[in-house]
Design a protein around this ligand. Structure first.
Ligand code: G3I
Length: 349
């Protein structure tokens, strides 16, 4: 069985490394990432492709065995849950939430306010700003209300800044002004008071203009009493661009505010074909983000954006690139997988 192979290859990797500290394993026969993460204070998660979960048994077993949180890759996005105004389709998202419950997993909800993957009916030509405000509010109450009590953490606002730290020009900024972010968090907190509410973005892992903008925004929101609980860093890295070297410093400054942090969509792509140098560099990319997470107090989760190259968004978007996840198309683990597992076992808060 393929999943058995993951375990077997891992066992070989660990045995060869000879680096597993005594007592770190909760159970000697459990080689999963999930077991390695236990007791670390950081949950290990994966994005889930719902078509694959339905059709591919090794994939489904991998999600269940290796991870303790799941994030829907697409099925909680607005276009998926409200294809026509007022017509909701929760079926696929419900299936994931049920799967998570059966497997003792928590769910990261993704995502409520975004500029992308919105339904085709949602346009500025059709609605006035006042109507758009009501539509956004209703969306947050409808979706969070439907899943109330069953989602651990929500990516409330996704990708709101440009690289230079200015607010991204979106339907929400144009219609509602910059206050839409605070409004979204207030509504989200009313809709499900127990859910952790996150900001989330890419290229905000190290210190740069974008993460500076988030730092300023979080301080401003908190000063206004807005319920924002977490800072999400997607972690879409690429071997050929190198990795940010100020991740720990960045995570620390949010941590010191008392904010929770999370790596929410980690993958490390490379130019194809792969070679051993790229694959080793990839492992370092995955590991460096996990180390930063484990070294601060309030980093709560580390999620990979897919755990097998069989289902990865990367080749469809970046021509000539791929191999971005920690296991290949045949569920054979790469050095990155072992690095994640070893990092959980070796780095303790
Ligand atoms: O659902 C339709 C299906 O009906 C149609 O037949 C098919 C034909 O192409 O397309 C399907 O939609 C695709 C959708 O994924 C669901 O599979 C879209 O074309 C495709 O563009 C979409 O891509 C997703 C992308 O977000 C959209 O922006 C990726 O799977 C998903 O991994 C990616 O995830 C984002 C995070 O949400 C936010 N951060 C960045 C990350 C990577 O882009």
């Amino acid at each position: 069985m393929r999943l058995g192979r993951i375990a077997a290859v891992l066992a070989v990797g660990i045995a060869m490394a000879g680096s597993t500290p005594a007592g770190a394993h909760p159970r000697a026969d459990d080689d999963s990432l999930r077991a390695a993460a236990r007791g670390s204070g950081v949950r290990i998660g994966t994005a889930v492709d719902m078509s694959a979960l339905a059709a591919d048994t090794p994939y489904r077993e991998g999600v269940a065995r290796e991870f303790d949180t799941v994030t829907p890759e697409n099925v909680m996005k607005w276009e998926a849950v409200e294809p026509q105004p007022g017509v909701y389709d929760w079926a696929a998202a419900d299936r994931l939430v049920d799967f998570a419950r059966q497997n003792g997993q928590l769910v990261r909800g993704h995502t409520l306010v975004w500029h992308s993957q919105n339904p085709a009916w949602l346009t500025e030509a059709t609605y006035t700003p006042a109507q758009l405000r009501t539509i956004l509010r209703n969306h947050i109450f409808a979706e969070m209300g439907h899943f109330k009590g069953r989602i651990w953490a929500w990516d409330v606002a996704n990708e709101v800044f440009n690289e230079d730290g200015t607010l991204r020009d979106t339907i929400w900024l144009r219609a509602l002004g910059p206050g839409y972010i605070a409004d979204a968090f207030r509504w989200a907190h009313q809709a499900d008071p127990k859910a952790l509410l996150f900001l989330n973005d890419y290229n905000n892992e190290g210190i740069n203009a974008k993460s500076d903008a988030y730092f300023a925004l979080v301080k401003q929101l908190r000063a206004q009493g807005v319920p924002v609980h977490g800072y999400g860093m997607q972690g879409h890295l690429a071997v050929h661009y190198g990795f940010p070297d100020t991740v720990l410093e960045n995570v620390r400054r949010f941590d010191k505010l008392g904010l929770k942090t999370a790596f929410t969509e980690v993958d490390v792509r490379m130019q194809l074909p792969t070679d051993s140098a790229k694959v080793q560099a990839q492992a370092e990319g995955f590991g460096s983000l996990l180390r930063a997470c484990l070294l601060v107090k309030h980093c709560v989760s580390y999620t990979v954006w897919g755990f097998t190259d069989k289902y990865s968004w990367v080749p469809g978007v970046f021509e000539g690139e791929g191999s971005a996840t920690p296991a290949d198309e045949n569920f054979q683990v790469k050095p990155a997988w072992n690095t994640l597992r070893d990092t959980f076992l070796l780095v303790r808060r």
